[in-house]
Design a protein around this ligand. Structure first.
Ligand SMILES: Cc1ncc(COP(=O)(O)O)c(C=O)c1O
Ligand SMILES: N[C@@H](CCOP(=O)(O)O)C(=O)O
Length: 464
């Protein structure tokens, strides 16, 4: 399998090169040149297999420059740090299923991909005797998952930008209490979109990127999306519906469009999915897009689900490539329009095509709290505010879509203590590894929302 850019000027890249390249050198995103298919027989042959086995089966279709036994070892090592054998267990709450994606070291779905990416980086770098300087942006969860994924790995430095005052207390502590010398947490005076913009601007300076061996841990990196395709298959295989190959809906709390894009790839590969439902909070540009073709950027508002306080969804560009039937020029045109005019225009035919795969919902802050309370009272189960947006969406759409829903539970409620307390009047049970954070020393660098200032900070602290 080879990889190419959504913008058409980077082609025939191997998987390992794609992992190190992160953002394509033409400013686009790397995608596989083909979409491997999984037949019904193959799908059924995966039933009752372990998460690791399913991961190997799916990933191996996209990777041909890592030996199979090495890939298996990387996968095994990546899921050893999860606190359950199933890695991502599926819970049946009668009205819908919940896919618990928060059993990794930092208690959010990001661990599923970032534990693997950390090990993958280590393997490729030692093979190439190279070092890597990682630059990433986070709205709260990617940052700590990436730091935990690469800490202690040789030849790696990591710079993580988060929006100052816009992540939860626990998210902030998970990042800033890691004092390893190779970890730099930068609190930016701005939003997540500003952080992501800075990161992309830095990567777009290809000379700078090459000089300092810069790498990406965001879902800009294809390996992130690939690792997330796996749990759509594994989730489906755990349902009753899979016995008859019946279709199912997935509802996905969405911000940067990485998670739901992985579902899109799973559907395109042949997984029996009816609709992928994009669940948004009040920052609902993706909902406006699905419902009315309105992809116009408005200001970011603070919500109870801060990790989804995003307007400019990075992976939307990958989806545009498929929506435009592989027309690179159209992708480039739309990305330029987004940068200059702050909106992309879609015609009715395009929206019709979107509806073949997607539906969407939006959830207010008040609804988020109500759902946390409702699920607690009905099921004695505490969902986090991001998952609550998904559950809210599933309940709103259950009369429209017949097929059962799998709601992706993207974070542990203990990461969002304040919201949960407001919703149900008490805190959820707090895992020991979270309690410990409150007594640790912290280190964080506060910086203005300025590409050059951050670039020079990185340059001062980087290894060539
Ligand atoms: C807990 C949680 N839920 C949902 C999302 C949205 O996922 P994505 O950005 O892949 O759309 C994020 C962040 O991305 C998150 O941290
Ligand atoms: N919600 C994310 C935002 C970054 O998304 P990613 O898919 O690029 O990692 C976060 O928690 O940081």
């Amino acid at each position: 399998m080879k990889y190419k850019s959504t913008r058409g000027d980077v082609n025939s890249i191997t998987f390992k090169d794609a992992v190190l390249m992160g953002l394509a050198d033409d400013g686009g995103l790397l995608i596989p040149e083909e979409l491997p298919q999984i037949s019904n027989e193959e799908l059924m042959s995966l039933k009752d297999k372990s998460y690791q086995d399913v991961a190997f089966y799916i990933m191996n279709k996209y990777i041909d420059d890592i030996k199979e036994d090495v890939l298996k070892k990387l996968i095994d090592k990546s899921y050893k740090n999860f606190d359950t054998d199933k890695v991502v267990p599926l819970i049946d709450l009668d009205d819908f299923y919940l896919l618990e994606l928060f059993h990794g070291p930092t208690l959010a779905f990001k661990d599923v991909a970032l534990q693997f990416l950390g090990n993958l980086f280590e393997y490729i770098l030692s093979e190439r005797k190279q070092n890597l300087n990682i630059i990433g942006a986070t709205s709260g969860d990617t940052g700590s998952a990436a730091i935990y994924g690469v800490r202690g790995k040789k030849g790696v430095k990591i710079f993580i930008l988060h929006p100052k005052g816009r992540v939860s207390k626990i998210q902030e502590l998970q990042m800033t209490t890691v004092l390893d010398k190779n970890v730099f947490n930068i609190a930016v005076e701005g939003t997540f979109d500003d952080c992501q913009f800075i990161v992309k601007e830095i990567f777009s300076d290809v000379d700078f990127k090459k000089k300092y061996n810069l790498g990406s841990i965001n879902s800009i990196n294809w390996a992130r999306v690939l690792s997330q395709i796996v749990y759509y298959f594994y989730a489906y295989l755990q349902t009753k519906e899979s016995d008859n190959l019946d279709k199912i809906n997935f509802i996905v709390p969405t911000g940067n469009f990485g998670n739901v894009l992985a579902g899109f790839y799973a559907k395109k590969m042949g997984l029996p999915v009816n609709k992928l439902v994009i669940a948004t909070n009040e920052n609902n540009i993706l909902h406006r897009f699905v419902q009315k073709g309105d992809y116009s950027i408005k200001g970011v508002v603070k919500t109870y689900s801060p990790s989804m306080d995003i307007q400019i969804a990075s992976n939307f560009e990958r989806y545009l490539y498929y929506l435009y039937d592989g027309d690179h020029q159209k992708v480039k045109g739309s990305m330029a329009a987004l940068k200059n005019d702050k909106f992309i225009k879609f015609n009715d035919l395009e929206i019709e095509k979107v509806h073949q795969d997607f539906d969407s919902t939006t959830t207010t802050n008040e609804e988020t709290l109500n759902i946390i309370k409702t699920v607690y009272e009905r099921n004695n189960y505490i969902v986090d505010p991001h998952t609550a947006c998904g559950v809210d969406g599933a309940l709103k759409l259950k009369d429209k879509l017949d097929e059962k829903f799998i709601c992706l539970a993207t974070a542990h409620p203990a990461k969002f203590l304040d919201a949960v307390k407001v919703a149900i009047g008490k805190e959820p049970e707090i895992p020991e590894r979270i309690k410990e954070l409150f007594n640790k020393d912290k280190r964080v660098y506060e910086m203005p929302n300025d590409v050059n200032a951050i670039k020079s900070f990185i340059e001062q602290n980087i290894d060539e």
